[in-house]
Write a protein that binds this ligand. Structure first.
Ligand code: NAP
Ligand code: COA
Length: 272
């Protein structure tokens, strides 16, 4: 593919941008010439990512260590970046926590920790960025998950949290649309070589079953998600807001498709 996006003169913030999918997004915006800042808890991961962003060609690269559960730390760090750079053109919010546990196998604090990181953390980020958004023109992308729409055993905390994240997306689309701020969610499918998949597909058998359940018959890559972010943040997506977009090889359709595939087998065998 020789089509490329130019994000030079754009200021991009990726919250939770120091590993996996979100780091891939940050590095892709860096390759497109943007100024890119990342936030996560680990100062080592932040430093390492900032070095990588520079190597990718970012016009500038920044970062600070903070927990999205700490509203003041998030606000102070974002205020400082905006004071240096001016307005934010693109914000990707994707900090998240996950562990597999049945409802009766997790404490209220276990449930709370995921709600506080994914859902409350998203709210904190939205409040902290609002004063600094370019209006009109800013694009916000919340990183959701299939659990927002598909109930999954062992994921009651994540299902509840990510459903809430998508409702934040849809509500702020109403509240901020008149100012020319677009906000969308991306629902990544199973993305290879990520912490999320390490936790949710810990054995080769589960991994193979996951691959088989994706209509496109492969796991996604971090590039698949990053490219969707480039598009959503670009002027090509200027009429898209409030959308919750699966980038998942058709995974969200997988359950029904699997039933259909079984039926199709049966019908093929039937003489009439
Ligand atoms: P990951 O590598 O663990 O990335 C999570 C990022 O968030 C890291 O940079 C982490 O850095 C940061 N983070 C975690 N807790 C934080 C907190 N309390 N405050 C601030 N930063 C925090 O995970 P991933 O698998 O790539 O997932 C990334 C996103 O995609 C998540 O939103 C996830 O729900 C979503 N997703 C993933 C998949 C998948 O297949 N992996 C599928 C669907 C959706 P620190 O540890 O330094 O804080
Ligand atoms: N099963 C059941 N409960 C679990 C658990 C598991 N596998 N892992 C953690 N918990 C519980 C803990 O026991 C604790 O509850 P308690 O105080 O009642 O004992 C609660 O969750 C919080 O754990 P803690 O380790 O103190 O939280 P933290 O804030 O340091 O970390 C997590 C948050 C648990 C989400 C941690 O896994 C994390 O930091 N994840 C980030 C990376 C990630 O999940 N990436 C994938 C994204 S899709």
């Amino acid at each position: 593919m020789n089509f490329s996006f130019d994000f030079s003169n754009k200021n991009v913030l990726v919250v939770g941008g120091t590993s996996g999918i979100n780091r891939g997004i940050a590095e892709t915006f860096a390759k497109a010439g943007a100024k890119v800042a990342v936030v996560s808890r680990s100062p080592e991961k932040v430093d390492d990512t900032v070095q990588s962003l520079k190597a990718c060609g970012a016009a500038d690269a920044r970062g600070f260590a903070a927990d999205v559960r700490e509203v003041e730390a998030i606000k102070t760090g974002i205020d400082a970046i905006a004071a240096d750079w001016g307005k934010l053109d693109v914000v990707v919010s994707g900090a998240a926590g996950n562990f597999p546990a049945l409802a009766m196998g997790m404490s209220p604090n276990g449930f709370r920790s995921v709600i506080e990181i994914d859902l409350l953390g998203t709210f904190h980020v939205m409040q902290a960025i609002y004063p600094h958004l370019k209006k009109p023109g800013a694009s916000i992308i919340n990183i959701s998950a299939p659990q927002a729409e598909l109930p999954m055993a062992g994921q009651s905390h994540v299902c509840a949290a990510k459903a809430g994240v998508d409702m934040i997306t849809r509500t702020l689309c109403l509240e901020w649309g008149a100012e020319g701020v677009r906000i969308n969610s991306i629902i990544p499918g199973p993305i290879d070589n990520t912490e999320g998949m390490k936790r949710l597909a810990p054995t080769e058998k589960i991994r193979a079953a996951v691959v088989k359940s994706v209509p496109l018959q492969r796991m996604g890559s971090t590039d698949d998600i990053a490219h969707a972010c480039l598009f959503l943040a670009s002027d090509f997506a200027s009429y898209i807001s409030g959308a919750v977009i699966p980038v998942d090889g058709g995974w969200a359709q997988g359950g029904a498709a699997m039933v259909g595939a079984g039926l199709a087998e049966l019908l093929k065998k039937s003489p009439d």
